[in-house]
Design a protein around this ligand. Sequence first.
Ligand code: 13P
Length: 220
Amino acid sequence: MTIAGNWKMFFGPEPMELADLDAIVAPPYTRLVDCVEAGLTTYAQNVHWEPQGAYTGEISAPLLLALGVRGSIVGHSERRQSFGETDETVGLRTRAALDAGLHVIACIGETREEREGGEMENVLRRQLSVLEPHPNLVIAYEPVWAIGTGLTATPEICRDTHGFIKTIIDVPVLYGGSVNPGNAEALLSQPCVDGALVGGASLDVESFTAICQTAARIHS
Ligand code: 13P
């Protein structure tokens, strides 16, 4: 069971307060060192496919590894929607990061229109087509309609969609989208749900701790 906190572009909590948790944190770049030094399993929120070069604003796997960063989120829907991320670049980033020795949480998920239009399976299949199983690869299923909206996929949607994803790629699948201490138990106890990628609730030490404790209880 993996619990990861995506701090997005927020300053986030004091890393030392999270030191006892069995969790991954993905802070903004300026806080990576603080998190690494606090002993946290620290991931970046993005990673470029080239090891170095003239790519202003990007960061590479070797640069992250040199800092003690252990992995990266790739292909978050906010990057797909607002920063031109495509399935092709998700594939490039993921392969390069894994080859360099980073772990990767690759994000997939359909929009509300795609789900309501019956396109969910096609969209997920297309997003997964650029990814191959790897021991250090984890998928995060984050339905776009559930991110930051307070709308959560029901436990049944989670179970069915994760089951579908696992028929295509046999790696752990995390759920992301408005996970909080109140719904974590129902979501995390579904078959095929191997953990959670938590946004808003990971910025609050108490909430994130409660979610991690729920995960540990279900796992034991
Ligand atoms: P929220 O938990 O705030 O909905 O964000 C989910 C997410 O995007 C995690 O990557």
